[in-house]
Design a protein around this ligand. Structure first.
Ligand code: HEC
Length: 121
């Protein structure tokens, strides 16, 4: 007879657990928090807050900033993208960052770019 309350208790416990998990998923891991701050400071003027290549400086550039949501960027390996961030692209507003950012900072930014590219906004 006391099986039903036990099952309801189990369900309540389970939904509490699910809630806890989804809250945890909203908190970004440390590298992404660092990457986000760096991205907003250094990259968003051109690449835009959501990585669509539509930052405030984009309109005045001859070469459009990369839209990280595009498949072309998505398909590039981490190494390829890191190389571009480190060394820049010749004759492009995308300059080298290796003088201003450490290896770890660039890796954190890359992690954040990958996260942005998966978001649907
Ligand atoms: C002054 C504007 C500007 C700023 C600031 C800027 N970028 Fe760029 N970025 C560009 C442009 C323009 C391109 C496209 C270059 C091309 O296609 O020749 C680009 C391309 C890239 C690419 C290559 C993407 C691909 O799919 O090939 C990466 C990665 C990138 N930027 C990362 C960054 C990061 C990280 C920062 C900040 C640390 C940053 N950019 C800051 C303008 C900028």
């Amino acid at each position: 007879m006391d099986r039903i309350p036990r099952i309801t208790g189990l369900i309540a416990g389970f939904s509490l657990l699910l809630n806890a998990l989804s809250v945890a998923a909203q908190d970004l891991p440390a590298d992404l928090i660092r990457g986000k701050a760096l991205y907003r400071n250094h990259c968003a003027t051109c690449h835009g807050q959501t990585g669509r290549g539509d930052g405030p400086a984009a309109a005045s550039l001859r070469v459009a900033p990369a839209d990280f949501h595009r498949f072309r960027s998505f398909l590039k390996s981490d190494e390829e993208l890191l190389r571009i961030i480190e060394h820049g692209i010749v004759f492009s507003p995308m300059h080298a960052w290796s003088d201003n950012l450490t290896e770890g900072q660039m890796t954190d930014i890359l992690a954040y770019i990958r996260l942005l590219s998966l978001e649907s906004n």
